[in-house]
Ligand binder design. Sequence first.
Ligand code: PEP
Ligand code: MG
Length: 571
Amino acid sequence: MMTAKGKSILKGIAIGKIRFLAKKQAEIKENAADSAAELKRFQDAKALATEQLQALYDKAAVEAGEEHAAIFEIHMMMLDDDDYNEAITDLIQSEGKTAEFAVKTTGEQFAETFASMDDEYMKARAADVRDISGRVVNILTGTDTGPAESDEPFIIVAEDLAPSETVQLDKSKLLGFVTRLGSTNSHTAILARNMNIPALIGTEISEDWNGRMAIIDGYNSCIYIDPTEELLKTLDEKRVRDLEQRAMLQQLKGQPNVTLDGREINLYANIGNVSDVGMVLENDAGGIGLFRSEFIYLHSATFPTEDEQFAIYKKVAEMMGGKKVIIRTLDIGADKQADYFNLPKEENPALGYRAIRICLMQHDIFKTQLRAILRAAAFGKVSIMFPMIISVSEVRQAKEILEACRKELIAEGKEVGEVEIGIMIETPAAVMVADELAEEVEFFSIGTNDLTQYTLAIDRQNPKLDPFYDSHHPAVLRLIEMTVQAGHRHNCWVGICGELGADPTLTETFLRMGLDELSVNPGGILGLRKIIRELNLGAASTPEATPAVTSSAKEDNQPKKKFSLFGKGKK
Ligand code: PEP
Ligand code: MG
C-alpha cells in the first residue's frame, strides 16, 4: 500500500478503481513541406474545435447551469484570439512548422505567460489555454484524450482536470477525483463541492496508479493506493456510516430548526452560482444567506451586463420560490481578481482596493449590479448586502446609489421589487460602530472569514499562517457577540455567513449569543439542524435583548422592527 497526501476539497470517503486520465502523447512532427496546406489544416481543425466547444457549452448549460457553461464561451473566445492566431499562423507561414507543432508551441507559450501571473484567476487560465490548444492538436493528430466509457464507478486521477474534461465525465460513475495541479478556486474544486464528492488537489500522482484500487480519505487529505484489507474494511465502514448519517439526516427535511426548549434559528445556505440552488433546495435550507455574486464576474470574460445579471438573480429568486435570497454585492479584489477590472497591483491587497470600495469609486459597475438586483426583486424575496463595510458613510452612500437606481428604473417604466438591506460585518471597525450601522440597515451578516483575518492580523490566504488563523480566538467570539447585541438593540437581525457558522462545536454558543441565522454550505444544513434540535439551552437562554427572536408568530424568526418616532430610518 502507498499513501499520497494532498489538499482535501471535501470531507468524505471514496473507494474504487482509479482511472488515470493520461494525455496520450501524439507524434508531433516539427517541419512541414507545404505551408499553405498546413494553414488550411489548422483552420479546419479550429473550426471543428469551435463546433465541439459549442456542443460542450450546450451540454454544460443544461447539466450544470450557465455559469459553468460560460467557461466554454471563454474557450471559444480564446481560440479566436488575434494574438493567439497570429502566433500560430506566423510559425506555420514564416517558419515552415506543421500545424500541430505551431498550435502546441503557441499554447505552451501562452500558458506559461498566464501561469507566471500573480493573480490566481489569471493563473488558472493557463489550464484553459492548454485545454483549447490540446483540443486542436488532438483534432490535427487524430488523438483522443477523453476518458473511455466504463460500467464501473471510478476515481479520476489526473495532472489537472480541464473544465471540458470534467463536463465530459459520466458523473453518475464518478466517485471522486485527485489532481496534482489546481487551486481551491479552480473549476475542478468548485465542481467537487457542488457534486458533494471527495476530492484532493496538490497530490503527487503517478500514471502507474491506473486501474489500481484506491481510497480517497477526504478527512485525512490523502489517497491510499492498493489499500490493505484492514484499511479497506475500516474506511468502507466509515463510508457506510457517512451514507447512513446522510440518509438519517434526510428525515429532518421539513422540520424546524428549534431547540428542545423552543429557541429557533434560521438555517440558510451559501451559494456562488445558479447551479448551487439545486443543493440548497435538496438540503431544505430556509433561504440563501450569501450569494457570492462576484463569481458571476469571475466566470465572465468581461463585465457582465445588467440583463445577464438580472437573468441570473431572477432565476435564483424564482427557484427559491419566495424564500429569502441575500445577494452580496460585488466583493472583488484581494484574492478574487478578474483581469478586465484592471485593478492595480497592491502591496497589501487584503487591505486594498476591494469590495464596496470599488463600488463606491466606480458607480457604473455598482449601478449595473444594483439595477439587476432591484429588477430581480420583483420575482422573489430578495435582500441585498454590502461587503467590507467600515463606516456609516459608506452605507449611506451605497443606499443613496441604490435609491437612485430604483428611481431610474421606475422612470424607465421597469418593474422593481422591495429589497431588505443589510451589511456584512467583516472588520473590527464595523463591530465598534455597529450601533450606528444598525440604525441604517435591517440586518447584519457576520463574515467570520474576514473578521478573523482582520482581527488577528493574519492573511487568510497564507497557508503558512494556518496554525495561527484561529476563528475560535476569544477576540473573534467577543466581536461576534458584540455585533449581535448591537444589532438587536436596534432591531437588526444578525446572522453569520462565514465558515465559522458551520462549525458544530460553536452552534450552542451562537444560539446562546442570540444569533438569528447561520448561513452555511448547502451540505451542512441538515447536520446543523440535528444539533440544534438536540440542544436544551434552558430557560435563561433567550437573549434579553432579543425578545422577538423566540416569537413563533413572526415571519422568518427575526426580531420585529420597533416603531420609530423619528423614522430615523433604515430606508
Ligand atoms: C467572510 O469573510 O466570512 C465571507 C463570508 O466572505 P468571503 O469568504 O467571501 O470573503
Ligand atoms: Mg469576506
